[in-house]
Write a protein of this length. Structure first.
Length: 195
């Protein structure tokens, strides 16, 4: 089930802020989830699911695939949380990295549809732009080769460094840079021809 409209941007903003310290009670909430407390799991879902769904959707381009990734993540969360170390960072950014990894695994496995929901990508990519400009950008992203689109979204939308992208995708830093360069070239060419 997709998150309510409008909440994804607000929730994802809190994820992107990447809280510098562990919010009070976060570690205790994690312990409760790991012990099987469904209420605690519901609290984490309410706080983080919309932003995680948005991150998965930007990479996968299909609502049902993003919903599947979000569902899989929360179904496995009690086990996944064993890998979180509060001393290395806040829970929100860590959850986002896990969601991105699951989305990338889904891309690699081919368990996704190849169509891109242009309207939905447009609404998540650039909420402040004019609707026709969002559609054009989403259409352009849909025309990129998958390897270029993924690197572009990870770098420009999710804010990952080339080193982080290289690790996530199991490619070299240079390969990440080249894919981004080619994605930008292709986007400029497509967007330039539309004006």
């Amino acid at each position: 089930m997709s998150p309510p409209r409008g909440t994804a941007r607000l929730q994802s903003a809190s994820l992107y802020a990447g809280a510098i310290s562990d919010p009070p009670g976060e570690a205790a909430l994690v312990v409760r989830v790991m012990r099987g407390d469904r209420e605690a799991l519901g609290e984490l879902y309410s706080e983080f699911a919309p932003g995680l769904y948005a991150a998965a959707f930007r990479l996968l381009g299909e609502r049902s695939d993003a919903e599947d990734v979000t569902h899989e993540m929360f179904a496995r969360l009690p086990q996944l949380l064993a890998g979180w170390d509060a001393s290395r960072g806040a829970l929100g950014p860590w959850l986002r990295r896990v969601a991105v990894r699951l989305a990338l695994m889904r891309l690699r496995s081919g368990r996704r549809r190849r169509e891109v929901d242009v309207d939905a990508v447009a609404s998540l990519l650039a909420p402040a732009e004019e609707p026709h400009e969002r559609l054009t950008m989403a259409d352009a992203l849909g025309r990129l080769a998958e390897e270029q689109r993924v690197v572009f979204l990870l770098k420009e939308v999710e804010g990952y460094s080339h080193a982080e992208i290289a690790t996530l995708l199991d490619i070299s830093v240079r390969n990440s840079e080249v894919r981004l360069f080619r994605a930008r070239q292709a986007l400029r060419a497509f967007l330039g021809s539309r004006r």
